[in-house]
Design a protein around this ligand. Structure first.
Ligand SMILES: [Zn+2]
Length: 483
């Protein structure tokens, strides 16, 4: 068996391309490096290897690469990683089974569907007899060419994606069964004609997880996946889809994918995120007793936003809100200036607003440097650690602001407390994140408010400026697109 991984969730509305440095910062690992570490890439490769060795198969790890999302990947960078995987398949093969840990929303400057491109080329190398299995993030553009090129595609079901290892095991089992001639996975895709945002920690999505499991228990059904889609990747295939894999029964796969797709579609109004405006969110926060967490949902680096939008901070400063904290504004230059000035320094500082239109304007402030940490980090998903790089705590008119140098969303309170900021004494804590902050912050908050902020991943799906998306007949742009 051969395994490889190539992941980034390309935000085509983000101002900057994703280049080689982004993958070097995120992680490019090969062979033994993949098998020693604690990130999702490592854990996936380790698990597939363990299953192979358990069953008496050989295991070869190729390149595993990940980058914090930004704009389209520089074509030569994508091709170099793709070709490295293909070269390893040629030089180290032949292989009976190839498992790929991909994202599904990777767009390069020359290709809207990198995953289908990669898998088609893998097929050319390994031939029709080899089995190709693909695991994807649900925030993918799930396309027919990808389904056609692979033998089996399985998506993570949870958002947050804490189930990626369970899906690894499923994919391994299905692909090994096919390789032994004991399974004939047959796939069908249904286009829900929806663009949306579907956390599975609450309703209605929590109940749909139960529904998917119920269908998977039916005779002849091998797998059910819901592709949430990635709204901020403008491609011909952007949108939400249902994928069902059956045991050699295309009619059953088609019938069930449509049936489940229409059930999700029927809930489309309830599934739409309805966030308060920034003003309403701040008013609500001030009127609520206790600590309130306000999420800057549109400037989430995890979805490819720059993380240097200043609008929410400006709104808080304009209203004279003190006793608040806000983080993290990605500004390596300002962070370095503060670090050089030193703790206790008071200086005029221009912060944020530099990456492009989605960042709003830079803010000129009087700042006092309260703390400097050269290699700051925070608790990430599943108790992993997430680097924040050189980070500083500055105080601006009663608001404690975190500036950082490695672009990342805020996952956990230690993004603040790790610099010495006392959140217990705060009225408002504003975090740049859409959903992954929830597990860490909900326990310390009297209330969590997701605000409809300004930025690169705004949630008004009807208003997204799609140029490439082929079908603009989608909800919520159209009330009933399947009618
Ligand atoms: Zn995702």
């Amino acid at each position: 068996m051969f395994a490889a991984g190539l992941q980034s969730e390309t935000n085509t509305f983000a101002p900057w391309p994703t280049g080689a440095r982004a993958f070097e910062e995120g992680g490019m690992r090969r062979g033994a490096e993949v098998l020693a570490g604690q990130g999702p890439d490592h854990k996936t490769a380790q698990l597939w290897r363990e299953l192979c060795l358990r069953d008496g198969h050989e295991f070869t790890a190729g390149l595993f690469a990940w980058a914090q999302p930004s704009g389209p990947i520089v074509q030569t960078v994508y091709e170099a990683m793709r070709d490295e995987i293909l070269a390893a398949l040629r030089s180290q093969g032949p292989f009976d089974v190839v498992l790929l840990f991909l994202h599904g929303a990777m767009v390069s400057t020359g290709c809207d569907d990198c995953e289908a491109d990669l898998v088609r080329r893998v097929r050319e190398v390994v031939g029709d007899k080899a089995v190709i299995g693909v695991e994807l993030d649900p925030h993918c553009h799930l396309t027919q060419p990808l389904i056609d090129a692979a033998d089996a595609v399985i998506l993570m079901k949870h958002y947050p994606h804490d189930d990626y290892l369970e899906r690894c095991v499923e994919l391994y089992g299905l692909c090994l069964a096919k390789a032994r001639g004991e399974a004939q996975p047959t796939s069908a895709l249904f286009d829900c004609r929806m663009v949306g945002f579907y956390p599975t920690t609450g309703e209605p999505m929590a109940s749909f997880l139960g529904r998917f499991a119920e269908v998977e228990r039916q005779p002849g059904v091998l797998s059910v996946s819901f592709a949430h889609g990635f709204p901020w990747g403008d491609t011909p295939d952007t949108g939400s889809r249902v994928l069902v894999i059956t045991e050699g029964d295309p009619a059953l796969a088609a019938r069930l994918s449509e049936q489940i797709g229409r059930e999700i579609y029927a809930a489309r109004e309830a599934l739409l995120p309805r966030f308060l405006s920034v003003d309403a969110a701040l008013t609500d926060a001030l009127a609520t007793p206790g600590l309130v967490v306000v999420a800057d949902t549109a400037d989430n680096a995890g979805g490819g936003a720059p993380g240097d939008n200043t609008s929410l901070l400006k709104a808080m400063l304009d209203r004279g809100i003190a006793g608040a904290a806000l983080g993290a504004i990605w500004d390596p230059v300002a962070a370095a200036a503060c670090a050089d000035a030193g703790v206790g320094a008071r200086l005029r500082l221009r912060i944020g607003g530099k990456s492009g239109l989605s960042s709003a304007q830079p803010l000129d402030v009087e700042a006092t440097v309260r703390a400097v940490r050269e290699r700051h980090d925070q608790t990430g998903l599943g108790n992993s650690r997430t680097d924040m790089g050189l980070s500083v705590w500055i105080e601006v008119a009663g608001i404690d602001v975190v500036l950082n140098s490695i672009r990342t969303q805020v996952f956990s309170p230690d993004a603040f407390t790790g610099l010495g900021i006392d959140l217990a004494a705060k009225k408002i804590v504003a975090v740049k994140s859409s959903q992954h902050f929830y597990g860490g912050f909900a326990p310390i908050a009297a209330k969590v408010i997701r605000a409809a902020t300004h930025g690169a991943i705004q949630m008004d799906f009807a208003a997204l400026n799609y140029v490439k998306k082929a079908d603009l007949n989608y909800h919520p742009r159209v009330a009933d697109p399947l009618a």
